[in-house]
Design a protein around this ligand. Sequence first.
Ligand SMILES: [Fe+2]
Ligand SMILES: [Fe+2]
Length: 329
Amino acid sequence: MTSAPSSTAARERDEQVANRNAYRAVIERLSKASVDKHWEPYRDIPWDDPEFQVDQTDPRWELPGVDRLGGHPWYLSRSPEVRARIGLWRVATAMKVGLQFENLLKRGLLNYAYRLPNGSPEFRYVYHETTEEAHHGMMFQEFVNRTRLPIRGMPGPLSVVAQVAPWIPLISTELFFVFVLGGEDPIDHVQRRLLKDGRVHHPLEETIMRIHIAEEARHISFARHYLRNRVPRMPAYRRLLLGIASPIILGVMARIMLAPPGPMIRRFRIPASVVTEVYLRNPAAKQEIRDSVGKTRELCAEIGLINPLTRRIWQVMGIWEDAAPSAPR
Ligand SMILES: [Fe+2]
Ligand SMILES: [Fe+2]
């Protein structure tokens, strides 16, 4: 039997050891789960099955009426073929932006793992995550190729700026995992909502979404546990800097992930007034951006990254919500 701690300091030390052991156990569980349940796109997706072929005019690509663009009179007045192409364009662009983000993420994870000491439990998990993200990249690109649409990802200048992301772990590993959540949470939010909308989806899209959601749950869990473990132990000034940088990164990332594709707007000549109405001056669009970072916002509050100063930055970035109930993860 363990004897009772003789002082507050001893009790705190015991708590630290218990927390450290619990954190280690989570990482080991995630690593094991990556071995037990994972998918390979060229083994587990029947790309050549007739049911899985991508037809640009398939009505299943049409945007639903509850979608902001899908319910707009301009969209509804297009022909069924154009409506389907616009829907497919949007799905494929989300995958292209997703695979570009995950490309930056993989390079960052490897930069992080490069410096990890022997015996670090994070090393193995980060390699599992990098492997899974490599599969996601192939899966998304294969889908984009099969649409035969000229899909582009992030706008050029943004893509140039984004090249700094893989180097963030050299400055702060904590900031890097905030960046990770900044990309993964909005994608996950959109994909989960899509699968729950009660519509009949194209089987290829549905299979890709299901695989992605299942593996991303582990990645998001790792990033959250990492931040929970590390941030409370950071020196106060570094925590303040992280608290300032986090809402800026999260606000920018959510917009990148949820923005309407420029080439799609040009290709289908979507009038500027429709774009403004649907995406820019629409309270529902702003709410979606706030909702997409909801879980990360709660985590930031929990680990002490939100104070009156940083809350102001969240508000300025348009991602603050006073009461934001959502399911704990
Ligand atoms: Fe992924
Ligand atoms: Fe991921």
